[in-house]
Design a protein around this ligand. Structure first.
Ligand SMILES: C[N+](C)(C)CCCC[C@H](N)C(=O)O
Ligand SMILES: O=C(O)CCC(=O)C(=O)O
Ligand SMILES: [Fe+2]
Length: 421
């Protein structure tokens, strides 16, 4: 076992010292640029980043600044990035994980500058860069937000004065696209203006950022109040706030709306940030937030109108959160399409209704409602996993076209443009 800088060890690491071998890494000058979590460490670490490590019986421990990170040996062996274990051209694992001894332990560990060298019992050597380990540790992921967002009520959104994208700029420049996507990711809604009011141009716009998600409503849809489909959307009635396609196992990620024509009154679009409302529930009644994130519900779409026969069922809680950092990523809220609740016993059902009421109260607060009148030329993108939409009743002839997009593909575009998504 080789160690460096032992003389620099301070009392801070004395506990670790007592338990065995300690090594320290000094002067990590490239640390901040390599490690995106630098923002977090920035406050806690001085310029020379001190890290200490320790080889335990069943895991490897790394301590940098105030973070203690633990890595199991099977995990470490499984994440070997050597040429025989990992294809760096395809970014795919070649190693057969099932061939790794579940009780594997390294024969030796040494640190050279900022690279650890693990030698395994069969002589295979794995190298891990310190910053790679830090970035990929559970402990750092736990503190990290997957998707930075600005939660809003009407006032916050209006005061932010988020600009709309211009059709040409959006189509022809990466910069225009990137700005649009950044706003979309932050707020869950975004507008494009100066779009020729046709279905073809709307389609072109959608294809610029994502693959269109074809559903039972078609690829591009075009609808009026003709009740051509068995759903209230195809009437002139008001629609309370909701998310769409809750009856899919994976609800559509994004909804695109373009109002091509409206000769009449009413018909404004209502937008509510579901995550803002959920955040209020978390603050006011955390146990209700938890219940909404745990109780599985069914939503259902049953249609028998004309030639259209469909029966869709989607299952999932109202609030969907990542288990490791509790970050909210999907709200499934549609009181029209919610199916019979038969997945939980009656006493929990009652508690669920209470929690659902609390969330509904937040969602219905007038200060959380953003009302917009969609006009030909102005296309609205809605994050259907976050922002609820609704509409006011209307009179006269109204034509809306649009489509759904797959969330994976829009996030793919965002990442390729360098955005965090
Ligand atoms: C958008 N488009 C008119 C095609 C479909 C409307 C789907 C309406 C359905 N109740 C839901 O919320 O999913
Ligand atoms: O007519 C509208 O403005 C929206 C209707 C609706 O909720 C939908 O089509 O998903
Ligand atoms: Fe809808």
């Amino acid at each position: 076992m080789l160690c460096r800088g032992l003389s620099h060890l301070q009392s801070r690491f004395q506990n670790l010292l007592k338990r065995g071998v300690i090594c320290q890494v000094l002067q990590m000058s490239n640390f901040k640029s390599l490690f995106p979590l630098a923002i977090h460490w920035h406050h806690t670490a001085s310029k020379s980043m001190n890290c200490a490590w320790h080889q335990h019986e069943d895991h490897f421990e790394l301590q940098c600044a105030n973070t203690v990170m633990r890595f199991g040996y099977v995990w470490l062996r499984d994440h070997c990035r050597s040429a025989s274990c990992y294809n760096s051209k395809t970014h795919q694992r070649s190693l057969d994980t099932a061939s790794v001894d579940l009780y594997i332990k390294p024969k030796s560990i040494r640190l050279d500058e900022t690279t650890f060298f693990f030698t395994w019992p069969d002589g295979h050597v794995t190298r891990y860069d310190l910053d790679w380990l830090m970035k990929n540790s559970y402990e750092s992921q736990k503190q990290k937000v997957i998707q930075p967002r600005i939660l809003w009520n009407a006032k916050i959104y209006q005061q932010a004065q988020v600009p709309s994208a211009d059709f040409q700029h959006f189509l022809e420049t990466n910069e225009g696209l990137k700005k649009f996507l950044q706003n979309f990711l932050l707020y869950g809604i975004a507008f494009v203006e100066n779009v020729p009011p046709t279905q073809e141009h709307t389609e072109k716009l959608a294809e610029r950022i994502s693959l269109i998600r074809e559903t039972i409503y078609g690829r591009m849809w075009y609808f009026t109040s003709d009740f051509s489909r068995g759903d209230t959307a195809y009437t002139k009635l008001a629609l309370d706030r909701h998310t769409d396609t809750t009856y899919f196992q994976e609800p559509c990620g994004i909804q695109v709306f373009h109002c091509l024509k409206h000769e009449g009154t009413g018909g404004r679009t209502l937008l509510v940030d579901g995550f803002y409302a959920a955040q209020q529930v978390l603050q006011k009644a955390p146990e209700e937030f938890e219940l909404l994130s745990k109780v599985p519900l069914k939503h259902e779409y049953i249609e028998n109108v004309g030639e259209c026969h469909n029966h869709m069922i989607g299952v999932g809680p109202v609030l969907n959160i990542y288990p490791w950092n509790k970050e909210l990523y999907l709200i499934r809220y549609n009181n029209y399409d919610r199916a019979v609740i038969n997945t939980v016993p009656y006493d929990i059902v009652h508690r669920w209704y209470t929690a659902h009421r609390t969330l509904t109260t937040e969602l219905r607060k007038p200060e959380n409602e953003l009302w917009v009148k969609l006009k030909p030329g102005k296309v609205l993108f809605i994050d259907n996993w976050r922002v609820l939409h609704g509409r006011e009743a209307f009179t006269g002839y109204r034509q809306l076209c649009g489509c759904y997009l797959t969330r994976d593909d829009i996030l793919n575009t965002a990442r390729l443009l360098g955005l965090q998504a």
